[in-house]
Design a binder for this molecule. Structure first.
Ligand code: ZN
Length: 233
């Protein structure tokens, strides 16, 4: 199986679904980490050009920990829109990744970029199946099943499925720790210690399903994406 995670910003995948990706990789599956935006808005002291470079490296380092393929799409933070050109770029990334499962943001998540990325993934994963739409990679026939990942602090999000990440939590933590630039920024901007924040979420989801650490997901239950077997590890 091929698991493709599509996050809006560098560090979103690590925060909300990396424990699940680690489990998939450990079971012999492939993981693809696609990041839509460049992270250029996320700092007070580092300018956008330098920050884009740093955050790209941080995301690449995190992906390397689990041997995931890293696909950065390079949109500036806050300036990604659901338009024709962007749908084609997303569709081509999906054609390149050839996923059996896509994990992305919930359509009602807190951040405008998260919402747009969710919408783009939904549209582009259908678009990717259409041979009449040409991109660099050939059409991919599967209308891929989509899982939505949790929201920050789990606000408003009720999972339909859980993944036990007790055994993979330490790796997830190492992956998030690659995003050093965000540790200071999020403390200043949002008064959040991201490692502690992530642990609280994972413990809370774990409590809900009877394990130490878990990640929660919602299935996008629409035809023809519904399947009869469990797709998450
Ligand atoms: Zn984000």
């Amino acid at each position: 199986m091929r698991y493709m995670a599509v996050g809006a910003h560098p560090d979103d995948i690590e925060m909300f679904c990396a424990g699940t990706l680690v489990r998939a990789v450990q079971a012999g599956h492939d993981a693809i980490m696609c990041v839509a935006c460049d992270g250029s808005g996320g700092h007070t002291a580092i300018g956008p050009v330098e920050l884009t470079r740093i955050r790209g490296q941080e995301a690449q380092s995190a992906a390397s920990i689990i041997g995931a393929e890293f696909i950065p799409l390079g949109y500036p933070d806050m300036f990604i829109f659901d338009d024709r050109e962007t749908r084609l770029i997303f569709a081509d990334a999906i054609r390149r990744a050839r996923p059996d499962v896509i994990i992305t943001h919930w359509p009602h998540d807190y951040h405008a970029d998260h919402r747009i990325v969710s919408q783009l993934v939904f549209a582009a994963s259908f678009l990717a199946t259409l041979p009449n739409i040409k991109t660099d990679h050939p059409a991919y026939p599967l209308v891929t099943p989509i899982y939505y990942m949790d929201t920050p602090a789990s606000k408003g999000f009720v999972p339909t499925e859980y993944v036990d990440i007790t055994e993979t939590y330490e790796t997830k933590q190492r992956m998030l720790s690659c995003h050093e630039s965000q540790v200071t920024w999020l403390k200043e901007h949002d008064n959040v210690d991201i490692l502690e924040f992530m642990e609280t979420m994972a413990r809370s989801r774990g409590t809900q399903c009877g394990v130490r650490y878990a990640e929660g997901f919602r299935f996008a239950d629409v035809w023809p994406r519904t399947v009869t077997r469990r797709l998450l590890p």
